[in-house]
Structures are given as structure tokens and as C-alpha cells.
Design a protein around this ligand. Sequence first.
Ligand code: TEU
Ligand code: CA
Length: 526
Amino acid sequence: MPWWQKVCAYQIYPRSFMDSNGDGIGDIPGIISRLDYLADLGIGMIWLSPVYRSPMRDNGYDIADYRDIAPEFGTLADMDRLIAEAQARRIGIVMDLVVNHTSDRHRWFEAARSSRDAPTRDYYIWRDPAPGGGPPSGIQSFFGGPAWTHCPETDQYYFHLFTPEQPDLNWRNPRLRAEIHDMMRWWVARGIAGFRMDVIDLIGKDVDRALIAEGPHLWTYLDEMHREVLAGTDLVTIGESWHASLETGPRYVAPKGLLSMIFQFNHIVAGWGEGRNKWAPAPFDPRVLKQALFAWQALFDEEGWNAIFLGNHDLPRMVSAFGDGSPAAAKALAAVLLTLRGTPFIYQGDEIGTPNAGFGSAAQYRDVETLNMLADAPDAKSGLAAAEVGSRDNARTPMRWSDKGGFSQAPPWIGFSAATASVESQEADSGSVLSFYKRLLALRNGTEALQTGRFEALLDDHPTVLAFRRIGGGQTVSIAVNLAGTSAELPVAVLSGGSLLLNTHEDINPQCLLPYQAVIIACHDC
Ligand code: TEU
Ligand code: CA
């Protein structure tokens, strides 16, 4: 089994994790100072959201130099120290590979925009205005507005799927692809453990035919990247694909595909309901979440591997989206996250049950996507309501390390989420969310069935309970989790015939789970 199938991963959003120098912005020395906390939690891999040099139009997902660190986050020497210090604790650092686009301040783009003859002109996607003027086509960007921006210097439009400050790279250009491969090898040589590949499903696009996601060239580019950089290494690769489906999923993931695993979002968007509107999601229905998760469990049951996550820096907090924001709900969701088959990704702050930001005022939002939405909202009240449920800033609030905050000496760049007990106070409380995470991680890290065992669904139809077995290493483990604030009846068979491994509550009644109760048993006779 490859190393990345056994470990639990943790996502760090550097801006909001730990500030070491009192400027209100999290940084790499801050992360280093908290590595012991992460080792103690029991994680074996960190996915680091981007720390490269960037104008921070999209908080680092707009990269101006792939081989340098943003000054507010530190230096390359800090980064090398982070890699080494993490390695010393048996934690691998996974870099965010953002190569669908660069910043418009990348030197490739600065040269490209200035002249049609620039050597890097073709690293980007340029088209003439439509006959009669205006954008070459009607394709829209994900953050609102047209995906084309006009450059007066050369009277052509360039293509961007995100903000105008994030021009898309032209992957059809072999020199560009070679530059990316070279940059990847440069990071590998520094000792990283792998790559999380930002919107990797978009790189094979054909803009002239309006084929964007999972475009015609995607699979050849992944194939080439594998040959050039990844083959023969034990690097972990996690592709981000908002468009992967049960049909296309296996094309990404080994053994049929070339990545270790993908972040796919079927279980996320299923919860948005009919309109697929993240700003106005349907009320949470555990059955919808279960069906989507279980379908992917079944898909990669024998071959292939899942990345398991319930939240990240682009999504509302998991305890708010899939629960009622309470510590009880946070524990129940943790039990799901850490027992499914696949590599679990804990998003920073979820281990202390951080809920949505709950800012209550539009002025506190910072994210470009949210600010665009607010500007277009029919009125201020509905705009704010949308932000409170759907904004990416919900997950970008600072870590609450101590009761006084503990994130920074200065006012943080963005406000805290309300109502979270701090790391410090939860460490001192054996009944806290954090203490439950530690027990859960210790259990998983010591139980082969939970790491690499087969998945078998139980109770497909139950309206609120997720129940399943994991089978491996000569052991069967049963898991039952009630994702509702009301009690749930249970067929006796699910939780009998075994010995208790973990329970969120004091008691077990094999015929009934309490609100948000999670029970894990080792089967002898089940
Ligand atoms: O996200 C991809 C992406 O499609 C999201 O931006 C998504 O559209 C949005 O979050 C839904 O609300 C990745 C990164 O994770 C994100 O932070 C970046 O903004 C984006 O790519 C561009 O690099
Ligand atoms: Ca700082």
C-alpha cells in the first residue's frame, strides 16, 4: 500500500492558520510553530494552499512566481525549513499546483500582453474581437462576468476562467508544458511529498469549441505530466475536479488514470439542491449526502482510491453545511470523514468544530467571489444572506488557538468565526471536539481495516444514519453515525456482536442512536 493511503491529511490555509510576526496575516514560520500540534493530532500529510509570490487577488491562487514565496508568508528558506521540520515529524508537505492560470503579474503574462511577438505570447489564450467588436465568444468566468478581457496594447482578448487578473495558460503550447514540468521537478527536488492540482479538469479545454471542463486534451496532458515528473516516484497527487462524475472519475485515478486520487464535488453540489445554487442551498438532507458519498465508495471499492473531505477553503464550514453548528454535529461528521475508505482531508479549524463566520455585515467579507456576488445582488439584505451561507470566507476565518484568539498580536486580516472554543481550552477538555478527533485519528492510524479495508454499505435507506463496514487486515469494523439532531431507530443487527472502539456518547442502545451519536465497533459476530 502506498504511504498516502494510510495517513490522514490536513489542509492549511496559510493566511488564517498562525501569524508569527504580528502583521495579522498567517505565515510559514507560524505554521512551523504549530507542527507539534499537528503531529500530536496524528496527521501524516499537509496540503498547503498556495504560498507563492502573488498579488493576492485570489489569496494566492493567482501566482506571479512559481519559484518564490510571497513576502507576507516568508521566504524560500522558511519553506525549506517547513519541509524539513515536517519531514522530521513524518509529515509530508503537499504543494498546491495552480497551473490552469497565472497572475497577470507573472513575467510570462507581462511580456505576453505587451506584444504579439513576445516569446511567451502563446503561453496564454488570445483571440481577435468578434466581427463587429466585443468578446470573441459568450463564455462566462466562474466569478461572474465574461471570460474574455481586452488588451488595448495588441487589440486582442485574453481568456480567463476566474478573475481578469488570472489569465488562463495555453496548455496546447509544448514549451509552456515543459516549463510547468520543470517547475514541478524543482519543487520535488526541495523535498515535497506531492501536489494538489488546482482545477486540473480545466487544463485540456478547447475554447473555440467551448469545451472547458474535462476538455479533449486533458488526458494526454496528465499522461505527459506523469511521464515527465511523476513516474517512478512515490509522490502523492490529488487532482481537483469539480466536474468529475461516476463515469469520468476512474479516468483520473490509478490504476486506470494517473493521479493518486481526486477531490470530486458530487456530494457537495448534491446538497445545493435543484438549482445547484451555492448561495441558496437546499436544507441539509443526510440521505443526499450519503447517496453521493456511498456511490463513490462503491466506485473505488476494489480499484482506485478516494480523497475524502467535507469542507475546504472554498466551501462553507462542514459543521454548518451538514450539521447545526454544534460540537455534537462536528464530532458526528468527523466520524464519517475519518472512517470512509480513502485519504481523509481535515480542513483547518474543523477539528475544533469551527462554524461559519456569522459576520452579520457585508463589510467583513474579503473574498473576490463574494464581493462580486454582493455587487450584483438585487438588494443588500439578500446579498448578505447569501454570503452568510455560501461565502468562501466562512472557511477562511483565523484559527482560534487560545481564548484570547492566539492567532496574531494584531487585528487579523479577516474576523474570527463566532462561538468556537479555542484549541487551548479544548486540549484541556476530554469531552471536546478536538479530543474526539485525537481519539479518532489514533484509532484510524492503528487500525488496518479503517485505513485500507474494503467498504460495505449498511442501511442504504435510513433517512439520517450513515452506517457501513470496513473490512481488512483480518478485521471488520462497523460504523454508525446519526447525522440528525433527533434520535434515530436502528435495526439491532448493525451494532451488535462486537466490542466498542469509539462512541461520541456515554451509552449505547443498539436499537437507537441519540442525536448526532457516532458509534464504532470491532465486529466479532456481526
Ligand atoms: O477552485 C476551483 C473552483 O472552481 C472554485 O473557485 C469554485 O468555482 C468556487 O470556489 C465555488 O464557490 C480552485 C481553488 O480552490 C480556489 O480557491 C480558486 O479561487 C480557484 O481554483 C482558482 O484558482
Ligand atoms: Ca504574519
